[in-house]
Design a protein around this ligand. Structure first.
Ligand code: PNS
Length: 161
């Protein structure tokens, strides 16, 4: 049984993230999408909100679980009886940070491998950051995120403004 962990902030999950999840679910027995609780960014959505947004979008993928984690990724991956981390790479600009993180994680635990997956090319410009910016300025993000996420953005941004 080959389990992989796909970690990230997912604030909010985009169609690019969902594309990577779908691809990974076809390749592995089980995919655990792990929403990071403690990263240095100040998220718009709480970890549980992000978890629910992803869950709603992957409900038809029987081998995908969504969880929240905190602490070191390598510790969480080990607890899942797993040794593979999936990360999405959209463009060369992602590579430097991803390379650094993958090698640092390998240094911390050499049994854990990072696999990079490319989302569909038409999503290569998509980022959670841009989606939030566009939504906060009243733009339409319905082709970049799920319908539920699009509505959640409108509601959340109304509350915080
Ligand atoms: O979607 P993001 O923000 O690029 O995801 C980054 C994330 C959450 C995968 C990364 O910050 C992480 O693994 N955080 C957990 C803490 C950790 O293990 N840090 C050391 C990474 S080398």
């Amino acid at each position: 049984m080959r389990t992989v962990v796909y970690p990230g902030s997912f604030d909010p999950p985009t169609n690019g993230h969902l594309d990577v999840i779908q691809r990974a679910s076809r390749l592995f027995d089980r995919v655990v999408v792990a929403v990071a609780r403690n990263n240095n960014k100040t998220p718009l959505f709480s970890p549980d909100e992000r978890k629910e947004l992803i869950k709603e979008s992957v409900s038809e993928l029987a081998n995908v679980d969504v969880d929240v984690f905190e602490g070191l990724l390598i510790d969480y991956v080990t607890k899942q009886n797993c040794n593979i981390v999936i990360r999405g790479i959209r463009a060369v600009s992602d590579f430097e940070f991803e390379f650094q993180m993958a090698l640092m994680n390998r240094k911390l635990n050499e049994k854990i491998e990072t696999l990079f997956m490319m989302p569909r090319a038409s999503y290569s410009f998509l980022s959670s950051h841009l989606v939030k910016e566009i939504a906060s300025l009243g733009g339409d993000v319905s082709t970049f995120v799920s319908e539920t996420t699009s509505k959640a953005l409108v509601t959340k941004l109304r509350k915080v403004s």
